[in-house]
Design a protein around this ligand. Structure first.
Ligand code: GLN
Length: 484
């Protein structure tokens, strides 16, 4: 059977050409047959999925019309799922079964989605390659020797291999967009505050944002319709009128002003990537968009500022894993101190420990002003660059990543090299803006991602531009050969 997009399956479910049970069995079968090659799922919830599919079939039979009714999806294992293990990719939470659903999970359930399972990820979402997961790395479906990106690498690989039509991700410094780019799918990081963080395990709270990952922009819009919305249980959730993110997809691009930051096309960008991005931009130009050169003069400071702010917040957020209340507890503690230190030493991996140590250092009394406060000031400068740019242009475009998916192990020994994978994505989180990555070409057999950055709450515009691009190109429809 032809593997449809989420939107395509939605149509076929409603036309009664397939039942939710059949659809769910089709994808569970693909996971069982093919995921050994990828390791994209940490937990597969077959039984729950089939029960949810049967319930959806009943509702479909009654003519109900909720947005995701009967559609299979996967949740990144950072979202709490009631009664289902929620590991966050860490040994620390390996035994943790969440007692409640994250708001995103609850909203998607209410919209009728059928969860197939929980996807692999970098430990506590810290990483750019999925290699920091306690459950082992994920392979890139386009080349099993290469990384899928991270931290939402399991979701990206699963969607790219069509083990599930759509999945959730989270993005603190690039973790939706970078793996979307590496795996050749579409991923959207919404404006900070658009999607509730309640029940989404915290890494760096002022940067974390959940969002959709799917083959197409149209599918991401459908997902975002279910995911987004005000949540009184998240104090940074923004109260706005509900929006239909699918409504503007067909708008034409005539006169749309697209800013190209010179800083994103300079040294450090692989020349073949640059050529692929320029070819993609020409497609938008043919659709009537106007390409304008712009500057984001402080964007070069984004990686250093992020690696102060994010570890600072992570060191505070991860203080709660003390062996007492959640997850891993060491055996036979001698006393309370021993319980804390050994549980944490055993439960966390190397990258998480590195971040906790950096964070504790930059927040300490003698260094707070020199590092943390300074980074917050740089953060403001970066946000101001964007504010200025958006007085001249409607969206900003450029590469999502400086290079193609790298080989497994290639950067594991050099954290700074790894951190530079997010050089084009991190500024967007520091400013709180929405950003999208879509497949825009290939080099050899490997996908290239084009990033679109929008003004605050302009997700509909980003989805519109991506959807128009996807009318003239077929990169989003291509599948890795081993998974056809
Ligand atoms: N790669 C970045 C980091 O390691 C971003 C991760 C993310 O967005 N969750 O922190």
């Amino acid at each position: 059977m032809k593997l449809e997009t989420l939107t395509g399956w939605r149509r076929r479910l409603r036309a009664r050409e397939i039942s939710s049970r059949e659809l769910t069995e089709l994808y569970l079968g693909r996971i069982a047959r093919l995921d050994a090659q990828l390791n994209s799922f940490i937990t597969v919830t077959d039984e729950l999925a089939l029960a949810a599919a049967d319930a959806a079939d009943e509702r479909l039979g009654r003519g109900e019309e909720t947005p995701l009714l009967g559609l299979p999806v996967a949740q990144k294992d950072i979202f709490c799922t009631e009664g289902v293990r929620t590991s966050c990719g860490s040994r620390m939470l390996d035994p943790f079964v969440a007692p409640y659903d994250a708001t995103v999970v609850a909203r998607m359930k209410a919209a009728g989605a059928v969860m197939l399972g929980k996807t692999n990820m970098d430990e506590f979402a810290m990483g750019s390659s999925n290699e920091t997961s306690f459950y082992g790395p994920v392979c890139n479906p386009w080349d099993p020797d290469r990384v899928p990106g991270g931290s939402s690498g399991g979701s990206a690989a699963a969607v790219a291999a069509r083990l599930v039509p759509a999945a959730t991700g989270t993005d603190t410094g690039g973790s939706i967009r970078q793996p979307a780019a590496f795996c050749g799918i579409t991923g959207l990081k919404p404006t900070y505050g658009r999607v509730s963080r309640y029940g989404m395990i915290a890494f760096a709270s002022s940067l974390d944002q959940g969002g959709p990952m799917a083959a197409t922009a149209e599918d991401c819009a459908l997902m975002l319709n279910a995911m987004a919305g005000f949540d009184p249980r998240d104090s940074t959730s923004v109260e706005r009128r509900a929006e239909d993110f699918s409504a503007d997809l067909e708008r034409d691009l005539k006169g749309l002003r697209i800013g190209l930051p010179r800083e994103f096309f300079g040294e450090g960008l692989d020349p073949e990537m640059r050529a692929a991005i320029e070819t993609a931009l020409a497609v938008l130009k043919d659709r009537g968009a106007i390409l304008v050169d712009i500057n984001l003069p402080n964007s070069g400071l984004s990686v250093p500022a992020y690696y102060v702010v994010a570890p600072a917040e992570c060191s505070s957020n991860l203080a709660r894993y003390d062996g007492v209340r959640f997850g891993h507890r060491c055996a036979d503690p001698l006393d309370l101190q021993d319980l804390y230190t050994r549980s944490r030493a055993e439960g966390f991996g190397a990258e998480v420990k590195r971040r906790i140590m950096i964070g504790t250092y930059v927040l300490s009394a003698g260094y707070y002003d020199a590092y943390y406060l300074k980074a917050q000031k740089v953060r403001r400068l970066i946000a101001d660059d964007f504010r200025r740019a958006f007085t001249e242009v409607d969206v900003i475009a450029g590469p999502t990543t400086p290079e193609l998916p790298f080989r497994l192990g290639e950067k594991s020994a050099d954290p700074v090299k790894m951190y530079l994978s997010d050089i084009y994505t991190i500024a967007v989180n520091l400013a709180g803006l929405p950003g999208l990555s879509m497949p825009a070409g290939t080099i050899g057999n490997l996908p290239v991602g084009l990033q679109l950055i929008g003004n605050y709450f302009d997700e509909a515009r980003l989805l519109n531009v991506a959807h128009q691009f996807q009318q003239d190109t077929d990169w989003h429809a291509r599948m890795p050969a081993a998974f056809v």
